[in-house]
Design a binder for this molecule. Sequence first.
Ligand code: DQA
Length: 148
Amino acid sequence: MNVLVLHGPNLNMLGQREPHIYGATTLAQINAALHARAMAHGAQVQCFQSNHEGGLIDRIQEQAPTTSGVIINPGALTHYGLSLRDVLANLSVPIIEVHISNVYRREPFRHTSVVAPVATGQITGLGWQGYLLALDWLMQHTAPTSQQ
Ligand code: DQA
């Protein structure tokens, strides 16, 4: 099983970015925890971060044939990234949208997700551990891809 983990704009700054909102854990630490959890279950994760919507789209298109599930924190693209939404809509595998902070307790512009309607589910406000919860769910609910 191969899970694609995508991090959107500014998430490379985790650890130093508004730590009172996003915590002290860095992106490298999150990715390492995901790799370890996946490996313990005989699965693998491919982690990718981009500050550019097109970079995320390119990666999704490239990896789609061998991906059995997607975990994505689109960052602020959540709220307006229609091209990102469209590429996700074309996938047939489960997609879990993750937010570190509880977007519904924050500014009104964060209450809208253009990704949510094409996602299988959403985890928001549970800190970086939301990524691990998403991975656990995928490992329980998805079948390996035939092209691995
Ligand atoms: C975020 C919430 C978004 O509103 C924000 O733009 C981010 C991070 C989160 O993980 O809580 O970049 O997706």
